[in-house]
Design a protein around this ligand. Sequence first.
Ligand code: MG
Length: 449
Amino acid sequence: MGRLFGTSGVRGLVGERITPELVMGLGQALASFLGNSGTVVVGKDTRTSSDVLESCLISGLLSGGCDVKRLGVVPTPAVSFAVRNLRAKAGAMITASHNPPEYNGVKLFDGSGMAYTSLLEDRVERIYFGKKWHQVSWDEIGGVEDLDIIPDYIGALAGMVEISKEYKVVVDCGNGAASVVAPRLLRELGCKVVSLNSQPDGLFPGRPLEPSPENLVELCRVVRSTESDLGIAHDGDADRVVIVSEKGSVASGDEVLAIMASNQVAKKGDVIVTTVDASNVVDEVVADVGGKVVRTKVGDVSVAAEINRRGAVFGGEPCGAWIFPSFSMAPEGLLGALKVLELLDASGTKISQQLEPLPDYFMLREKIACPEDRKSKIMAQVSKRLVKEFSEAIGVIKVDGVRVNFLDGWVLVRASGTEPYIRVTAEARTPGRAEEILKATIGALKKMR
Ligand code: MG
């Protein structure tokens, strides 16, 4: 039996892994999992394959007895919002997030608007692979209704922040789902908006969907040439935000996360959640305001689950997936951008003035080849070997791979989930020390083969 769900829902190449049949079967399995009744909210991103997959998913749900509210093209977090707002039983978003245009997939949300955990996914998967779904009789087939959630969604997001100054911003939607919300939302909050790549287009002519520095050269240029206060970029489904400073350079995801995390700490002892691969700059800045950082597995579902468990005030990943639990348990790229503007407004600063005083950290990454069948054996020994290698280790975190902490840095060793590699990330206060940690770790790993 293969796997249906990966680290972020069902995802793959259209026509290969992602077929109309698969998505219809998923709709049928989900309807059965939900007890062949109730309402499911369905949204999609701007990909060329999203219309056909939307039709298939909806067919599966209807034939399984669920009713459907069809949202059309919306950001992924709008599906989470709609599920809660409409008290629906579940939500489904047709998207492959930042992947290239030939990919697509489906991400599921529960009735609280949180992404399905692997536990729930396993249960849907069992129905799917066992073909154990129930097809309802003709008089129990569900109905579909179109719903424009965007006005309510924009209203709710705008109600989450107070921005008094008029900011000039450039927003780059990458021709993805943010196009239908971000420029309008920012204008409604009084911003002067220059929009880039903000016409929905499934061929994504503007730029690749991953908002990485190399893909945001144009955004940086436009921020500088228009003398804007801020640049904002979203990934294909707008659950992530990346910030460009008024000087026209892409801000480090770790640093912006650190600023936002410390900003969200309202009282001493507040907990914020981040992942094992995030920089220590987060710990340092959050500790300065009396907050506490808890680290979890990589992935927004793990962050959301940990926020729930700890009653945390905020959680986020360096890639720009930020969760504000007072609004939603799903990563919110659009709200993230507004919160950055609110922070600048309240402090009367420019974004570069927030970033420049942050302590310097240097992060290095390397991967070493490791066949699939050796991964678990090697990973089982990593912790012991590294503690032996580094007498200066002050702690080990094993929530996702092995992270060894030092007073002046850390190293993380993780087996890749999709490729035959073991990945090593090292961080320290100086480049030399980061190099030293990385080299020693790779040396120790190589001895283990
Ligand atoms: Mg995304």
